[in-house]
Design a protein around this ligand. Structure first.
Ligand code: GAR
Length: 216
């Protein structure tokens, strides 16, 4: 290919979404994409181990190693920039993305959120808390969303969403697993493939499919 999309994947935990991306690249269902680095804020994240097993550079930038949040934010941005990537992928990354990063990568950062935005999203809604809230409200359908990151929390242009059924007897843990398997592990790789192949653009704050004929 003439163009390879270079991505940095930012993680905090188990890294099952990272694994889905690696698998789809290896299978060839995600094309024109190369993972240049996996970056974690937590040195014990199993996601780092997954990266190493596939010979992907894996590094930790921890807020614990810096005096202030501002310093950490700067170092995180510097680290990402050192890999010269086209896209930053937040795959279970629990770090609040600073403004300086959004400004450095406008519509070049994507995030996976485990609900159908605008439900159960924003400050305080992450990981299991999202599924606890969905069960507490008694919704019958939930799902996952991949979106571009802007300077709000879970407010950027939506790329893909997939619905998942809630079942009688679900616990937050059971629901989290179903949402990952049926939605997250599918739409995250799909979104990367769309971007790598120039199939989407942001217009008026919304994601649209690019019609190649428009360019003529
Ligand atoms: C995923 O369910 C992801 O949607 C969620 O954290 C989990 C990470 O799992 N992200 C958020 O809640 C972001 N606000 P993983 O490390 O196995 O990919």
């Amino acid at each position: 290919p003439i163009f390879m999309l270079k991505i940095a994947v930012l993680v905090s935990g188990g890294g099952t979404n990272l694994q889905a991306i690696i698998d789809e690249i290896e299978k060839g269902t995600v094309t024109n994409t190369e993972i240049a680095a996996v970056i974690s804020n937590n040195k014990n994240a199993y996601a780092l181990e997954r990266a190493r097993q596939h010979n992907i550079p894996a590094v930790c930038v921890s807020p614990k190693d810096y005096g202030t949040r501002e310093e950490f934010n700067k170092e995180l941005l510097k680290k990402i920039q050192s890999f010269d990537v086209d896209l930053v992928v937040l795959a279970g990354c629990l770090v609040v993305i600073p403004k300086i990063m959004v400004e450095a990568y406008p519509n070049r950062i994507i995030n996976i959120h485990p609900s159908l935005i605008p439900s159960f999203c924003g400050t305080g809604y992450y990981g299991l808390k999202v599924h606890e809230a969905a069960l507490e409200r008694g919704v019958k359908v939930t799902g996952a969303t991949v979106h571009f990151v802007d300077d709000g929390t879970d407010t950027g242009p939506i790329i893909l969403q997939k619905a998942v059924e809630i079942k009688q007897g679900d616990t937050p843990e059971i629901l989290q697993q179903r949402v990952m398997k049926e939605a997250e592990w599918k739409i995250m790789p799909q979104a990367i493939d769309l971007i790598a192949n120039g199939k989407i653009a942001v217009r008026d704050g919304k994601v649209v499919l690019v019609d190649k004929l428009e360019d003529c």
